[in-house]
Design a protein around this ligand. Structure first.
Ligand SMILES: [Zn+2]
Length: 191
């Protein structure tokens, strides 16, 4: 397994819609193994292929689902996500903050759908489906958005967008070419 550097906001592959997965071959399964290993060393809960520079519609996740009381680990290729309505209230900065491995060191709150169902394929091309609530539903929405070319910071409300834009300028997350290496570079979230 190979750990891959994680590209940072500003890298074009993060900001365009990923291509559908068509070949469920050994190369894809190697990519998935690499993504799980990269996710583990980054101390994250989900990782989408564009975050390691691969513009394909595939993400992995590995985290505790506290609502269901189980650990969930899986793969979605070519996912379709259906969610409940996203509430229109202001997000709670304590309970609804989100972070992203491609936006190192920052977190901002945003509203998400409480419940989602995701349908897609696993690394063998077999159909997979997942219905989750709460924090795990947030993970699914976050990873799904990556494959559409959006990061969570692109979806913040006006107040938090202002704070993000300032932090973005300060950290230089405005142009391509930045990345960090899980397991080697200091954990940007201090985990
Ligand atoms: Zn992310």
């Amino acid at each position: 397994m190979t750990v891959h550097p994680i590209v940072v906001y500003g890298e074009p592959v993060l900001h365009r819609k990923a291509e559908p997965v068509t070949d469920f071959d050994d190369a894809l399964r190697t990519l998935v193994s690499d993504m799980f290993e990269t996710l583990k060393l980054s101390n994250g809960v989900g990782l989408a292929a564009p975050q390691i520079g691969v513009g394909k519609q595939i993400f992995v996740y590995d985290a505790d689902d506290e609502v269901a009381g189980v650990r969930r680990r899986g793969v979605f290729a070519n996912p379709i996500l259906v969610g409940s309505k996203v509430p229109t209230e202001r997000p709670d900065p304590y309970d609804e903050s989100e972070g992203c491995l491609s936006v190192p060191g920052l977190d901002f709150p945003l509203k998400r759908a409480h419940k989602v169902t995701v349908n897609g394929q696993n690394e063998f091309g077999e159909p997979v489906s997942l219905s989750v609530e709460g924090w795990f539903a947030r993970i699914m929405q976050h990873e799904y958005d990556h494959l559409q070319g959006y990061l969570y910071v692109d979806k913040l409300d006006a107040k938090w967008t202002k704070k993000w834009k300032k932090a973005q300028r300060e950290r230089g997350y405005t142009e391509p070419g930045k990345s960090w290496m899980p397991g080697e570079d200091e954990d940007p979230f201090g985990h």
